[in-house]
Design a protein around this ligand. Structure first.
Ligand SMILES: Nc1ncnc2c1ncn2[C@@H]1O[C@H](COP(=O)(O)OP(=O)(O)OP(=O)(O)O)[C@@H](O)[C@H]1O
Length: 261
């Protein structure tokens, strides 16, 4: 991926931090079988903010993202977001094996009924941003796990979303690929200035990427801690070795241990 994005940023949008792009207001969720997944969750994410939620397994993190994406309907409170302006990257890249990388990247635009000829420049740009332009004619089975995640990112980038939802996108990758994709994701975030909502089980990943880290309790998930992350962007990969990074990670780890049932 082009690592100069943060300095180039030719089409970086200006931040409108007064108007959050995604709002959860006193949101609760109880499934029809009675499972109480989320309890009075309130927070918002503006463009230029990257918020990560960590919490014990089964506390309701994916449910929160599914509600934001419109796949589930909350049973209490409010979720406000423009559903036409959301990008998603989930743990499974969900590429069609019979389509090339480029045809996969065109998929969402196609489903939105957009004119593909008119979008060819956007598809090129998205492929370029994730460093897959030269692999655009390959099929998913010819790609590494990291490349598949990049293709999944590019597919959403074509639509230029205001809000990007990430559900453990790099959880299945090895440590080094994951750190590299973290660097690349931050370059993309600074270039496109979307509102990011990210879920991970890795505290280091949460602190490295985010402007803010929220800790959830065990189910039903509630926000039990809220940390501003003090590091400036662009962030070098070696901020992970700073004492401040270790201290913040330690606090989050302490909260998480307390959150486990
Ligand atoms: N459709 C559903 N019907 C009933 N219960 C559900 C449904 N979907 C999820 N749940 C339950 O809701 C709770 C929250 O699930 P969710 O997948 O949001 O957790 P999570 O925090 O993302 O977990 P993990 O970290 O393990 O991925 C779990 O107890 C899960 O079993």
């Amino acid at each position: 991926m082009n690592t100069d994005l943060t300095t180039e940023s030719p089409d970086a949008e200006t931040s409108d931090s007064d108007t959050p792009a995604l709002v959860f207001d006193d949101l609760s969720m109880t499934f029809p079988d009675g499972t109480h997944a989320l309890d009075h969750v309130s927070f918002s994410v503006s463009r230029g903010e990257f918020v990560t939620v960590v919490g014990p397994s089964g506390c309701g993190k994916s449910t929160l993202l599914r509600i934001a994406s419109g796949l589930e309907q909350n049973t209490g409170g409010l979720c406000q977001v423009d559903h036409d302006s959301i990008g998603y990257v989930f743990q499974d890249a969900t590429l069609f094996p019979w389509r090339t990388v480029r045809r996969n990247v065109e998929l969402l635009a196609e489903l939105h009924g957009l004119d593909l000829k008119g979008l060819s420049g956007k598809v090129d740009e998205s492929l370029e941003l994730v460093n897959l332009l030269e692999h655009q004619d390959k099929y998913p089975k010819q790609l590494s796990g990291g490349m598949r995640m990049r293709a999944s990112l590019a597919r959403s980038l074509v639509l230029q979303p205001d809000v990007f939802l990430f559900d453990e996108p790099f959880g299945a990758l090895d440590e080094i690929s994951r750190e590299r994709l973290n660097d690349e994701l931050l370059s993309l975030f600074k270039a496109k200035n979307f509102a990011g909502l990210f879920i991970t089980h890795s505290i280091a990943e949460a602190v490295f990427l985010s402007t803010r880290v929220l800790v959830m309790s065990a189910r039903p998930g509630r926000i039990i801690a809220d940390y501003e992350v003090p590091f400036e962007y662009p962030r070098r990969h070696d901020i992970r070795y700073l004492p401040e990074f270790a201290e913040l990670s330690g606090q989050i780890s302490h909260d998480l241990r307390g959150a486990h049932p």
